[in-house]
Design a protein around this ligand. Structure first.
Ligand code: SF4
Length: 358
């Protein structure tokens, strides 16, 4: 389908949503000309909502263990139980790291390990809430919540409720990968299916737990598969309204593999996400996976640069070439250089102290 350029330019003002056929016509070609067109439309949509405001958070990524019973072939982070290289961080170390870093938000995700099951994970959240009452705790993906439910033989609703009582604020969006049974069979066939991932998030939203959503791209999927993924998220968001942010995750091909996705493709996914996910407030340019320079190109629809991270292991174990952490001042500088207004936020996207960014 050949979509005229004025149709794309008018997208932010159109009341009708993009349907699958139009989306396929608009997004299937990834070229510089096409990127400039959809990038400009995505930027108008983003600026209509947020103006030049671009947020970032002083956060800390905690990956308690890399031991995982699954064997997703793209994962450079995890090791199977009993294999060399597995680690488990004791709770007192986690607490000391949080105390030293004093973040606004923690983002806790790890492997599916018999050493880190429900009771231990729950106790960690309780302890963090007790010691750091103001901390925004974003913890455990749908994949981990499902693992807790299955290993405890309890309904997912019970598990989510227990975490809420313990002090969890939100769930991260990881583990969605690509909603395609074809890609799943090739790369992560033991992992939660698309239906099950969406069901966990739907249950969380119904219990008042906000969450993020992700899409891991670059695994050989078609554009139709990417669009299908985004439409499925849009459909669930229409039902629940519980997604706060969407984070496109660029595939990292491993420390010994020189392949990487081009900035053109990364920006294309950011712009496409903004235009298709018209009901999800925040679109992130996730700098650890697309590079600081590309993330700085905020005029393609992203309004948030994620966080300072500190000790991120998952993307970096899979070959990400970016630094493992970024200072808050550096994030503000990068945003300003891109022509936007930096605002440090908390986990709930409220401004913390904009004077810092003046
Ligand atoms: S991607 Fe997640 S579930 Fe898969 S092996 Fe890695 S840690 Fe385990």
């Amino acid at each position: 389908m050949n979509i005229p350029s004025d149709f794309i330019q008018d997208l932010p003002a159109r009341e009708e949503r993009l349907d699958f056929a139009s989306a396929t016509g608009i997004f299937t070609t990834i070229s510089p000309d096409n990127l400039m067109l959809i990038g400009a439309a995505a930027d108008r949509m983003r600026q209509a909502r947020f103006g030049l405001r671009t947020t970032y958070v002083h956060n800390l990524q905690i990956n308690p263990t890399n031991v995982c019973v699954r064997g997703c072939d793209f994962c450079g982070f995890a090791v199977l139980p009993g294999k060399a290289g597995g680690y488990s961080i004791p709770e007192h170390e986690i607490m000391a790291t949080v105390a030293a870093a004093n973040p606004s938000e923690v983002h806790i995700v790890g492997g599916l390990s018999h050493d880190w099951k429900f009771t231990r994970a729950l106790a960690l959240v309780k302890s963090l809430r007790q010691h750091f009452p103001a901390l925004y705790i974003k913890s455990f993906t749908a994949v981990e919540m499902d693992w807790f439910a299955k290993t405890e033989k309890r309904p997912i609703e019970d598990i989510l409720d227990a975490f809420t009582q313990a002090g969890l604020n939100a769930m991260p969006g990881g583990g969605a990968e690509m909603f395609s049974e074809r890609i799943r069979a090739q790369h992560f066939r033991q992992k939660l299916s698309a239906d099950d991932w969406l069901a966990v998030h739907e249950a969380a939203h119904r219990q008042g737990i906000p969450s993020n959503a992700t899409m891991l791209y670059g695994m050989g999927e078609t554009m139709a598969e990417r669009i299908t993924h985004l439409f499925r998220l849009r459909d669930l968001q229409d039902k629940t309204g519980g997604f706060v942010a969407f984070i496109p995750l660029a595939m990292q091909y491993g420390v010994n593999d020189s392949r990487e996705l081009s900035p053109l493709e990364n920006l294309h996914v950011v712009a496409m996400s903004r235009l298709l996910l018209d009901n999800v407030p925040h679109i992130k340019a996730y700098w650890p996976m697309i590079g600081i320079e590309t993330a700085a190109a905020l005029s393609f629809g992203a309004d948030d640069l994620d966080g300072t991270l500190g000790l991120e292991k998952i993307a970096h174990a899979s070959g990400a070439k970016t630094p493992e952490r970024m200072a808050a001042e550096e994030m503000a500088r990068v945003i300003r250089l891109a022509g936007f207004d930096p605002v440090e936020r908390d986990g709930a996207y409220q401004a913390i102290d904009t004077r810092k960014c003046a």
